[in-house]
Structure formats: structure tokens, C-alpha cells
Design a protein around this ligand. Structure first.
Ligand SMILES: NC(=O)c1ccc[n+]([C@@H]2O[C@H](COP(=O)([O-])OP(=O)(O)OC[C@H]3O[C@@H](n4cnc5c(N)ncnc54)[C@H](O)[C@@H]3O)[C@@H](O)[C@H]2O)c1
Length: 433
């Protein structure tokens, strides 16, 4: 017997990611080929006609898995009963707008939508935030759900960055991306992220798995150009298309949700923006991209890896939290990672609509269309995220005794290998809230 349909919401469904995403969902790329779907699509009134057009096309495509379509500009109708919420809608940054202004508008939107999610969605709704600044929007959403949605159910998309890293390695080695695994995106969906190949492997023509560094055999490229390509891929796409990534973003959303719901393959992890439990020195409570494994709809941060990023070799802070941010900010002429070293500010905080963009003084961040956002969240050692309500999330253990020795050859090649243990973060909402 076919399973009962799942209700899947896409906000901003009339936009370009939405248009690429909804047919993928209807084809079974999100929840598998046997899972019937009732698709909820939300957009704002000015986009109502366009949304109606998308609905007509979905009907015309006669997708067997599509058991119903709700296309609406009404938030309550859109959010009612949904099992999965894919938050793509948001206010785009326009020419002449300050980042702060955009952040303010998005904070308002995400606060209101969080409230609707908390009231009307299924109790166990799983949320992925795509709209930029993705990490911050997820944080605002988490803060605004009034404890009615488990923080572990709120994630943001960094899978696109993860997939970009897989694809770059595959192209370099003349294999397909399915032959490459276990890269990691650390941090935010912005150019401050760290695409890490040090624990990844690739299956070559000899049929054997090789460490990526050994297979590529060009540390200079891996340590510099590769990282920049991945960090700045969004801008590169915008330069070519004059529009931000849409099909790759949509496809990555499907990968993110499918892996979350159906599980990662044995011995494989993916990258997801999740609420930090303090692992790897990322402050507890921020939304941060980690390597995660998933099973039965739960994610677990993969522990035991070293993150040799630039100056970081502090065993108590293997990700070099402060160092990462400072180092990166210096070089980022283009996009406002929003973190700017801020000891200070609230960051997109679930509080004030008009402040806390976490931009820490980056007047110049240049939006380049904001495909990858500067987000300004993830970092700030916690100062005033205003997320009131986070007595909760994570164990804040911040040190992960088992993360390895923090030293190595500087490439991380040998690092974690011996200690890939699962960090026992079994989210327990009852305790957390
Ligand atoms: N995380 C990632 O990897 C990633 C990758 C690419 C793009 N993005 C981000 O995804 C977002 C969407 O990109 P896009 O290219 O589809 O943009 P788009 O402008 O084409 O579409 C956005 C849609 O959202 C709608 N919208 C605006 N406010 C809304 C609201 N309050 N409720 C519901 N819908 C609303 C708009 O009407 C529009 O249809 C952007 O913020 C972009 O920066 C993220």
C-alpha cells in the first residue's frame, strides 16, 4: 500500500528556485519515488498570478506522485499541516539597499513565518531555510517558534556548497561526483565557509578509494584555488547567468531533505547548517554547517575530525573559530559574511527587525546578487542573538574531548581517520525546551 501523502511547503514558489524545485519534488527527488506529495506553494500577492501559472504547469505535467496542490498567498493556508517546509521566499537585496535594510525585512518575514509554522504546521515539521542569509534566517526562525518546533528540526542549506566541492574534485580527477565523498562545508553559506577535503575520499579507475589529497596530488590547488572556487561559485554563476543559481540550488534542496529523511549511506556524511551544540568550537545555539550523518529523520554531528584551517591548531577550538572569521574577513571584498569579528552586535536576532545583521561593520560587502549570502550569524560568540528561548539547544559541550589531537601534518590527511566516532547528539526536545 502506498504511504499517506506528505505535505511539502515551498515558500517563494513563484521565484526561480521555486520554479526549478517544485517539479523535482513532484517527481520524487525529495522524498523518494514512492512517497505521494501534497505540494503547498506560498508566494506574496504580487506574485499570485505567476504562482497560479506554476500550479497550472504542475497539473499539466501530470505527475503521478502529486496528490494535491495548494497554491496560495495566505500564510495560514500555506503552513497548515505541512510535514516539510522549504523556506525559499524572502526579500531580495536590491541595488542601493543596505544589507541592514534587507536583513530587517527578512527578520520580519522569518519571525512571522516562524510563528505560522509553530501554530499550523505538523508538530514534527522539518524545516530547511534556503533564502539568504540562510544561516541567520534559520536562527531567526528558530528563535521565533516559541519553543513549538524542536531546534533540531530547523536547518539551513549548505548542501549546494557541499555539492560544488564534490563536483570540483570530480572534474579535476575525471570521475563523477558519485565517486567523491565526505567533503565538508564548515560555517555559513557565504564566502567565509571552509570547504574541507581533508577527510574526503575518491574512488578512481583502479576501483580503490583514495584520500582526496593523495589523488589530486596538488596541495597548492587544494589549499587555494579550489577553496576560492567553491566559496565564490555563487558569484561566478551570477556573472554568467545574471541571475543566481536556481537549478543547482533546487537540486541541492532535494539532496538535503532526502538525506535527512531517508538517511546518509553507511560511512558517508553530508553538510548541513544545523543548530550548533558547541562542537568544534562553534558557539552553541548558532546555525552552522557541520558534517552530519542522518538516520530516521535525525541528524548527528560527525565528531572526531580535525579542521586544519589556516592558523587553527588549538585543540580546544579545532575550527579556529575566531581565527577563521578574522582571516576570512580580511579577504572578503565582495559579500558581507556579516561576521566581521563582531564582539558586539546582535545578529539577525529574532528581535529587532532592523538591526543585528551581524555585519560588524562591513559597509562594503557588495551583494553580487546575494546568491551566497553574507549572513552575519553563525559567528558571533553569541552576543545578543536575541533568540530568547534558547535555554535549550545542544549540550554546549564545546570541546568534544574526542576530536583528535589538534595536530597533524597541516593537511589533515591523517587527522581524524582513526577517530571517526559518532558524537552522541541525540536531540531530545523534551529536555531542550
Ligand atoms: N542557500 C543557498 O544555497 C542558496 C542558493 C541560491 C539562492 N539562495 C537564496 O534563495 C532565495 C531565493 O532565490 P530565488 O533566485 O528563487 O529568488 P527569486 O527572487 O526568484 O524568488 C523569491 C520568491 O520569494 C517570494 N517572496 C518574497 N517575499 C516572500 C514572503 N514573505 N513569503 C513568501 N514568498 C516571498 C518572491 O515573490 C519570489 O517569488 C534568495 O534569498 C537567494 O539568495 C540560497
Amino acid at each position: 500500500m502506498a504511504p499517506a501523502p506528505k505535505r511539502v511547503l515551498v515558500t517563494g514558489a513563484a521565484g526561480q528556485i521555486g520554479y526549478a524545485l517544485v517539479p523535482m519534488i513532484a517527481r520524487g527527488h525529495l522524498l523518494g519515488p514512492d512517497q505521494p506529495i501534497i505540494l503547498h506553494m506560498l508566494d506574496i500577492p504580487p506574485a499570485a498570478e505567476s504562482l497560479e501559472g506554476v500550479k497550472m504547469e504542475l497539473l499539466d505535467a501530470a505527475y503521478p506522485l502529486l496528490h494535491g496542490i495548494v497554491a496560495t498567498t495566505d500564510v495560514t493556508e500555506a503552513f497548515t499541516g505541512v510535514d516539510i517546509a522549504i523556506m525559499v521566499g524572502g526579500f531580495p537585496r536590491k541595488q542601493g539597499m543596505e544589507r541592514k535594510e534587507v536583513m530587517g525585512k527578512n527578520v520580519s518575514i522569518y519571525k512571522a513565518q516562524a510563528s505560522a509554522l509553530a501554530k499550523f504546521a505538523s508538530k514534527d515539521v522539518k524545516v530547511v531555510v534556503v533564502a539568504n542569509p540562510a544561516n541567520t534566517n534559520a536562527l531567526v526562525l528558530k528563535a521565533s517558534t516559541e519553543g513549538n518546533i524542536c531546534p533540531k528540526n530547523i536547518t539551513c542549506l549548505t548542501r549546494l556548497d557541499h555539492n560544488r566541492a564534490l563536483a570540483q574534485i570530480a572534474e579535476r580527477l575525471g570521475v563523477t561526483s558519485k565517486d567523491v565523498k565526505n567533503v565538508i562545508i564548515w560555517g555559513n553559506h557565504s564566502s567565509t565557509q571552509y570547504p574541507d577535503v581533508n577527510h574526503g575520499t575518491v574512488t578512481l579507475a583502479d576501483g580503490k578509494e583514495h584520500n582526496i589529497r593523495d589523488a589530486v596530488s596538488d596541495d597548492a590547488w587544494l589549499n587555494d584555488e579550489f577553496i576560492k572556487i567553491v566559496q565564490q561559485r555563487g558569484a561566478a554563476i551570477i556573472n554568467k547567468r545574471k541571475l543566481s543559481s536556481a537549478l543547482s540550488a533546487a537540486s541541492s534542496v532535494c539532496d538535503h531533505v532526502r538525506d535527512w529523511m531517508l538517511g546518509t549511506a553507511e560511512g558517508t556524511w553530508t553538510s548541513m547548517g544545523v543548530v550548533s551544540d558547541g562542537s568544534y568550537g562553534a558557539p552553541a545555539g548558532v546555525v552552522y554547517s557541520f558534517p552530519v550523518t542522518t538516520k530516521d529523520g535525525e541528524w548527528t554531528i560527525q565528531s572526531g575530525m580535525l579542521c586544519h584551517y589556516q592558523s587553527s591548531s588549538d585543540v580546544s577550538n579545532p575550527l579556529g573559530w575566531t581565527a577563521v572569521r578574522q582571516d576570512q574577513d580580511e579577504g572578503d571584498e565582495d559579500e558581507g559574511d556579516g561576521d566581521g569579528g563582531d564582539e558586539d552586535e546582535g545578529h539577525g536576532d529574532g528581535g529587532d527587525e532592523d538591526e543585528g545583521d551581524g555585519d560588524g561593520g562591513d559597509e562594503d560587502e557588495g551583494d553580487r546578487g546575494d546568491e551566497d549570502e553574507g549572513d552575519g550569524d553563525g559567528g558571533d560568540e553569541d552576543e545578543g542573538d536575541g533568540d530568547g528561548g534558547d535555554e535549550d539547544e545542544g549540550d554546549g559541550d564545546g570541546g568534544d574531548e574526542d576530536e583528535g589531537d589538534g595536530h597533524g601534518d597541516g593537511t589533515g590527511r591523517d587527522s581524524a581517520a582513526a577517530t571517526h566516532t559518532q558524537h552522541a547528539r541525540t536531540p531530545n526536545c523534551a529536555n531542550e525546551e
